[in-house]
Design a protein around this ligand. Sequence first.
Ligand SMILES: [Ca+2]
Ligand SMILES: [Ca+2]
Length: 325
Amino acid sequence: MTIAHTHNRCDFQFLRAATLLVAMAATTTLPYDKTPADDLPDVPMERLVVDDMEDVAGWYNGSPEETTLAASDLHAKEGKFSLEFANVVDHTKGEKNYPIGWPRSGKDLKNLGLTDWSGYEYFECWIYVTTSREALPREPLGVGFYHSGPKRSTSFPLADVRKDQWTRIRIPISKIELAADLQRIQFNISESNYSHGDHVNFYIDDVVLTRFAHPVIGSMAAQRRLVYAGDRRVAAAFELLGNQSGKQVNVVFDIGRGEETFATARGKAAELQGEITAELETGRSLTPGQSWMKLTLQDDAGKTLHASETTFRVIEGPFSEPMTE
Ligand SMILES: [Ca+2]
Ligand SMILES: [Ca+2]
């Protein structure tokens, strides 16, 4: 009996450890790289409002010992109100087992019918911070996206927010584990990042999903960074954004060096990614040196929607294409 009991305990502890590991593995650290949306301020974005925070009744308080919630007109990014997520860090109070815990506020998305975000490119919101501290800790706040089933979530630290100013948060939905299954959103702080007694208030507003109103190039890269002067073909792989509906867009691909264009290819893309190859006309050849490739998206009237350029290098080499080509 004693042995069996011990065995069960071990299993239970092992399960707990495994569950914790799974929960940790689901947490993603977002490198605060610029997103294509930051580089394309002129491209119109379609917006779906998740919450304008004019009424914050739907937000739950997961940590009433440390947190108060209110619709506040102290700082509003749009409209009259924002969600005030106000915290007094208390390292002695809170959940019994975790007095230095995770004050949090969140909202259920099921009842809003907003669980499928896969048709959008970005989750966005604005956050203003006030605090009794001189400066915010390195990770002042995080946001988590919760999927169906236990312990399934994708969390992001929001390291960019600043004291006494508005910061736009923009998270690519492609970084969320299950973009078609968003059950709940939650903001939280980690009390261990703060000192006992710290006050920190977050004003959250204009929570929206956005997508480009027309296709743009998310990324483009030469299939080979090194090309032989004897090669007849040069290819690029690309990813499109703003094309979830599979609208057909015209793709023009030019390669050249300096002022000279070596070859042009035209095609159509109706997917989120593709490849295009430019082939040199008979009698033309690449010349060794730093060369460029340019991908341009056009609408049916020939208007440029977006263009992207990168370089590749042409070197002397075999006259015929390598066998691996
Ligand atoms: Ca508002
Ligand atoms: Ca606490």
